[in-house]
Design a protein around this ligand. Structure first.
Ligand SMILES: [Cu+2]
Length: 128
């Protein structure tokens, strides 16, 4: 699966070096559950458009909070309103897509709901 994603990334890159909008950004799935963010280390390519697909598999709300990551990234217009104060709120059994171009860096992530990070909902995004 990962190989497929990388392959399509490479194809996308070579095909869209002109001005055309990236028709098919790679999708990276991030699952929120009680109390995990999976994967808890998310590896992205700097400058390469990506859709982060946040899925909440739990019967309660969770969020994906990464203030520095989202402020450094360039969000696609339709995704801007889905990120509030560096946080994507995902309702129970919900899915939220956020399309963006990540900037290089290493960023902490967590769920800001009370005690959830302490219970394990935290991780890191590495963009290089
Ligand atoms: Cu949570």
């Amino acid at each position: 699966m990962r190989k497929l994603v990388m392959a399509s990334l490479l194809i996308g890159l070579s095909a869209s070096s002109a001005q055309s909008a990236p028709a098919s950004s790679a999708t990276v799935d991030v699952t929120l559950s009680s109390f995990r963010i999976s994967p808890n280390i998310i590896h992205l390519r700097a400058g390469v458009p990506v859709v982060l697909r946040f899925q909440n598999s739990a019967s309660g709300g969770h969020n994906f909070s990464a203030m520095q990551f989202f402020s450094a990234a360039r969000l696609e217009a339709a995704s801007i309103s889905r990120v509030q104060r560096g946080t994507v709120e995902v309702p129970k059994h919900g899915t939220i897509n956020v399309e963006l171009i990540p900037a290089a860096g290493r960023y902490p992530i967590k769920c800001t709901h009370t005690l959830h990070a302490m219970f394990g909902m935290k991780g890191t995004i590495i963009v290089d």
